[in-house]
Each structure stands twice: as C-alpha cells, then as structure tokens.
Design a protein around this ligand. Structure first.
Ligand SMILES: Nc1nc2c(c(=O)[nH]1)N(C=O)[C@@H](CNc1ccc(C(=O)N[C@@H](CCC(=O)O)C(=O)O)cc1)CN2
Ligand SMILES: Nc1ncnc2c1ncn2[C@@H]1O[C@H](COP(=O)(O)OP(=O)(O)OP(=O)(O)O)[C@@H](O)[C@H]1O
Length: 188
C-alpha cells in the first residue's frame, strides 16, 4: 500500500459520492436477472446481494425480483472487522451501522458466501481490469476471498471506468453489471 494510492482512492470516492447525490435512482429490477442467467445460477440457487443505500444502483425491487425468480437471497451483516456475516432476506429488516438496513434473521456465518452461485457486490466504481472501489471499509476485500461463485460489481454506466487506483488486497471482480451494458465479463 502506498499513501499515493490511498489518496487517489479517497479523491475518487469523493467525486463518485458527489455525482451520486442528485443522480436518478437505478432500480436494477430486470438487470439482475441478466446476471443470474449469464452465470447459470440454478433454480433455487443462492445469490448474495445487498440493500442499496445513498445512490447505489439496486432497490428493494431488485431483491424481490431475485426472490420472485426462485433464488435464495442472502444479505450482508456487518459483524466487527472480519469478513461480512450473512442472513437470508425474508423481508424483515432492522437498522445496521453506516445507515444500512440489515436482515433480521439468524446469522449463517462468514462461510455462507461460499455457497452462493453469484455474489452481487456494491461498488462506487469498477475498472476494465476488474478493480473495484468500495466505501473504504475493506469489508468486501476481506469477504470475497471466501466466495467460490462469480463476483459481479453493480454500478451505473458512468461508474464503469477505464482505470482505478489498485492495492494488492483489492479483490478482483469477475464481471460488472450496469443498466446500459448488462453483464460485461472482466478483465476486458
Ligand atoms: N448497500 C451496501 N451494503 C453494504 C456495503 C455497501 O457498500 N453497500 N458494504 C461495503 O463494504 C458493507 C458495509 N460497509 C460499509 C462501510 C462504509 C459505508 C459508508 O457509506 N461509509 C461512509 C459513511 C460512514 C458513516 O455514515 O458513518 C463513509 O465512510 O463516508 C457503507 C457500508 C456491507 N453492506
Ligand atoms: N484482506 C484484508 N485483510 C485486512 N485488512 C484489509 C484487507 N483488505 C482490505 N483491508 C483494509 O481495509 C481498508 C479499506 O480497504 P479499501 O480501501 O480497499 O476498501 P473498499 O474495498 O473500498 O471497501 P468496502 O469493501 O468496505 O466497500 C484498508 O485499510 C485495508 O488495509
């Protein structure tokens, strides 16, 4: 890690967050089903997803779309500084840290992500090499090494960029999903 890359990441985060305040919502209701089809998630298979906040692409409707198609949907739960915990999305939610809402059911363990046939990952931006810029907590970097299925970052079209500052610990994405381009496999 160099302080130069840290500073560049922070500057990019500030720019991307500012652009998201004022942006139209992007519900991703139909687009997520492009990702389950592209990666052949079997009927009844498990998809790790997230509850969108602060201009993130995605919506409650995106989660209902996945459940309506018969997939089992897991949502992240922040549990200390280790990898993310997971719980099934059944509709019951409670307030979590960072202004997030989290599922209210039993925790399935940090290893639950290994059983997912697809992991949808929130991001501020993704580049052509598969480098992801997240919120800066390092949560997904600690979690995604446990995943066995494809990991797909979900961003707006303009957040799929040429190049991002990268550090060795940054988990690489298998693909990116945007409203305009659908599923794009990475590296490109
Ligand atoms: N929807 C969603 N869920 C998620 C994430 C995410 O990026 N998006 N996470 C991704 O890791 C994990 C939670 N970690 C997060 C860490 C920081 C912030 C964040 O927005 N931080 C802001 C505001 C902090 C605050 O309100 O105190 C910041 O640091 O400026 C969000 C999530 C798991 N769940
Ligand atoms: N595998 C890891 N083990 C321990 N610490 C890590 C690991 N990966 C990242 N970190 C730490 O987490 C912090 C944030 O990392 P980074 O800036 O890459 O977060 P991010 O990917 O944007 O965040 P998030 O995944 O929460 O959205 C850094 O201080 C980094 O050192």
């Amino acid at each position: 890690m160099t302080s130069g890359e840290r500073d560049r990441k922070d500057a990019e985060r500030a720019r991307l967050r500012a652009a998201r305040r004022g942006a139209e919502p992007v519900p991703m209701v139909s687009e997520v089903l492009l990702a389950t089809a592209a990666f052949g998630v079997p009927a009844g298979g498990t998809v790790c997803a997230y509850l969108a906040v602060r201009g993130e692409p995605g919506s409650a409707g995106m989660l209902e779309s996945l459940r309506g198609a018969g997939f089992r949907v897991l949502l992240p739960v922040v549990a200390g500084v280790g990898p993310l915990e997971w719980a099934e999305h059944t509709g019951a939610l409670r307030a979590g840290p960072f202004g997030l809402r989290e599922p209210d059911g039993p925790l399935l363990g940090v290893g639950a992500v290994a059983g997912a046939a697809l992991v949808l990952v929130p991001a501020l931006a993704v580049d052509r090499a598969g480098v992801r810029l997240g919120q800066g907590g390092g949560y997904y970097d600690r979690t995604l090494p446990l995943a066995r299925g494809p990991v797909v970052a979900v961003v707006r079209d303009e957040e799929f960029v040429e190049s991002l500052p990268a550090e060795a610990h940054d988990a690489r994405m298998s693909a990116v999903l945007t409203p305009g381009r659908g599923v794009v496999r990475l590296p490109l």
